[in-house]
Design a protein around this ligand. Structure first.
Ligand SMILES: Cc1cc2nc3c(=O)[nH]c(=O)nc-3n(C[C@H](O)[C@H](O)[C@H](O)COP(=O)(O)OP(=O)(O)OC[C@H]3O[C@@H](n4cnc5c(N)ncnc54)[C@H](O)[C@@H]3O)c2cc1C
Length: 633
């Protein structure tokens, strides 16, 4: 049977993945009228203009900023968090909280929404077949994790050894960082009473963790995933216990950052702050943009802030930091803040008349990212497409509310395989072979994840996609200022697919993903020919063309303030997150990764923020100023 996809839908088949645009939708969408004072009796969500300095000012109340802020406050320091957005419960209601709604942020049907997203239009290039693409990040307490997928994957032992070697600091090896992975998360075994017998994850019972973030398997598995288990088995992909052991090769159920009790999203906001013991002195300035870092010579002393609380007049004030300014704005906005504050390539600063604090060539350069593309079929098993039917959706909403089960407990990407491209598909050029050979042996080439796609497709059946995310990205991009004002968007030049390695690995990945669908283990559930990229794409050139017309970003910007050795002129931070050449300013977000390691960035971002904050606290203790100024506890 040949399934005829309307041409306007074909073009979105691949591009719908991980778009990240918030939507007004027919789904349940409750705004919470007023948040309680979650931060404890002495904490303040909308503090008035500060008259006293804080010990630390954290810029960004997202994934990494809240870890740093919570750990510093727990160590009895006074902390101000400056966050451009509001609380996600207020901004997006339960769209952020209910895992099954994540897809609503991830479709091509609605434009980005300024209230909850920082988004950037990326200009078309020959590598995108001249398509303009969107790049996005969260603008909320909780950051991008308030609408991202939930996947929790560690990097590999070899990748972390490369990290340690690149920055010249053995504390970054996997065994040495493991305690920081563990102190951020807490694992709850799968609920075997709510999952089917053929969806039972294998896991290491000794794997526990001691931290606040909940990691578990959803209480319901996607039917498509149970078929994928068979397909990857048939292709000889071995099972692995989970993707949180320092080894990635193999097929596995995917661990998610989900609260095991109520099934909602576990974020650094819920886990480290909202549901944690009250902090003595943690003030959260929401709807507040850090416009500029203040310097006295080369020493950071605070940040200038513009606050725009809803229905209030705009306020401008400075928040002073006695000890350090901690940057946690993410891979795009942390470098932008440094640039507008006078830290960056001198020529760029001169172009925008920004007084130079420090000529630092690497700021905003070396941008790493992941891309994603898919192969899609129509299938005869229920996928999240069934939620497009209102009665069915209400049934699943009831199941979620009543006993935390049903389709909405599951964010979608459920079962995956992490592999190298099989030998018969790797007729790579010499240059590509050389690039791949230079990577550590345990660094995989491809993540494939099953995705029972719903919302982006017509309500005329069920669709399933295999998403491919190449792990060996070699192309690096950069960000450019478009003004000297932090309120203006920078330009993002990601340069996706500009390296031959990325192109060849991606086309080979498409071929391998087709092979998975063509395996007899899946034939029983296929209800169409391949819809996307489509059966007409056969030759290498046709597949390359389909790839360039279909991929999009995973929105994983990293390494734009790359960590490195002191004698590396393009490195920006040292191995403790300090900006080299400056005092009292440190980076805790993935912009300071030396590179994007294999896996996905959330788990290493949690680890990174824990480890750098540990550096901050230890450095402060060494200075003998721990708690000295606190008289109010
Ligand atoms: C759509 C999408 C899907 C994703 N899916 C996954 C996934 O499945 N698995 C995974 O591992 N990773 C995923 N990621 C990536 C992951 O979310 C990021 O790696 C992680 O959020 C990075 O944390 P961060 O603290 O650097 O930035 P964020 O979490 O984005 O937080 C940065 C915060 O800082 C604020 N901010 C920035 N600059 C300023 C300023 N000057 N003043 C005030 N506030 C400021 C922003 O408003 C934002 O709230 C996804 C990301 C996106 C966007």
């Amino acid at each position: 049977m040949h399934f005829n996809m309307p041409s306007h839908l074909r073009s979105v088949a691949l591009v719908s993945l991980f778009l990240g645009s918030a939507v007004s939708s027919p789904f349940v969408y409750h705004r919470r009228p007023q948040l309680q004072q979650y931060l404890g009796p002495e904490a303040n969500q909308n503090p008035s203009e500060p008259t006293e300095p804080y010990d630390y000012v954290v810029v960004g109340g997202g994934v990494t900023g809240l870890i740093a802020a919570a750990r510093l406050a727990d160590a009895s320091y006074s902390v101000a968090v400056v966050e451009k957005g509001g609380y996600y419960e207020q901004m997006t209601g339960n769209l952020s909280e209910v895992p099954g709604y994540t897809e609503l942020f991830d479709n091509s049907k609605t434009p980005p929404r300024d209230e909850v997203e920082h988004w950037w239009e990326v200009a078309g290039t020959p590598e995108t077949n001249n398509r303009k693409l969107n790049f996005t990040g969260g603008k909320m307490i909780g950051g991008s994790h308030a609408f991202s997928y939930f996947g929790y994957l560690h990097p590999t032992v070899g990748a972390m050894q490369k990290w340690a070697d690149d920055v010249g600091d053995e504390s970054w090896t996997y065994p040495n960082t493991r305690k920081f992975f563990d102190q951020s998360m807490f694992f709850t075994p799968p609920n075997d009473t709510t999952r089917w017998a053929n969806a039972t994850p294998e896991y290491d019972p000794s794997y526990q963790g001691s931290g606040p973030l909940e990691i578990t398997y959803p209480r319901w598995a996607q039917p498509f995933s149970t078929w994928l288990v068979r397909a990857f088995d048939a292709l000889g992909v071995t099972h692995t216990l989970s993707y949180a052991t320092g080894e990635l090769f193999g097929s596995s159920w995917i661990l998610d950052t989900i609260n095991s009790t109520d099934g909602t999203r576990s974020t650094t906001w819920t886990a480290y702050v909202k549901n944690a013991p009250p902090k003595k002195k943690l003030d959260v300035y929401t709807f507040s943009l850090a416009d500029k870092i203040r310097f006295d010579g080369k020493t950071a002393t605070g940040v200038d802030v513009t606050r725009n609380l809803p229905d209030e007049p705009e306020e401008k004030f400075t928040i002073q930091a006695k000890n350090e300014v901690v940057l946690a704005g993410g891979g795009i906005l942390s470098p932008q803040l440094l640039l507008v504050s006078g830290v960056g390539p001198a020529a760029t600063l001169a172009e925008w008349d920004i007084p130079v604090v420090l000529d630092k060539p690497g700021v905003g350069q070396n941008m790493h990212d992941h891309i994603v593309f898919g192969v899609t079929y129509r299938v005869n098993i229920p996928t999240s497409s069934i939620l497009l039917d209102q009665d069915t959706r209400w049934q699943h909403e009831d199941l979620f509310k009543e006993n935390v089960t049903g389709m909405l407990v599951n964010p979608g990407p459920d079962y995956g395989a992490i592999v190298d491209i099989p030998s018969d598909l790797r007729n790579f050029s010499a240059e590509v072979k050389q690039d791949l050979a230079a990577l550590p042996k345990d660094w995989p080439e491809l993540i494939i994840v099953g995705f029972p796609l719903g919302h982006d497709w017509p309500n005329d059946g069920n669709y399933a996609t295999l998403m491919g995310i190449p792990m060996t990205a070699k192309s690096t991009g950069h960000i450019e200022l478009q003004s000297a004002d932090m309120a203006d968007k920078p330009k993002i030049v990601p340069k996706w697919l500009t390296s031959r390695t990325d192109l060849e690995v991606s086309v080979a990945s498409l071929k391998y993903m087709r092979r998975v669908f063509e395996n007899p283990a899946l034939s029983e559930i296929l209800a169409s020919d391949e819809i996307s990229p489509g059966t007409e794409a056969v030759t290498w050139d046709e597949l390359e063309d389909a790839l360039k017309s279909g991929y999009r970003s995973m929105h994983h910007p990293a390494a734009t303030l790359r960590m490195g050795r002191a004698d590396d002129p393009d490195a920006v931070t040292d191995s403790t997150g300090k900006i080299m050449g400056l005092d009292n300013v440190r980076v805790v977000d993935p912009s300071a990764f030396p590179f994007l390691p294999p896996g996905l960035p959330l788990a290493p971002a949690f680890m990174f923020a824990e480890k750098i904050t540990d550096n901050i606290i230890n450095d402060q203790k060494k200075k003998g100023r721990h708690g000295k100024h606190r008289t109010d506890l």
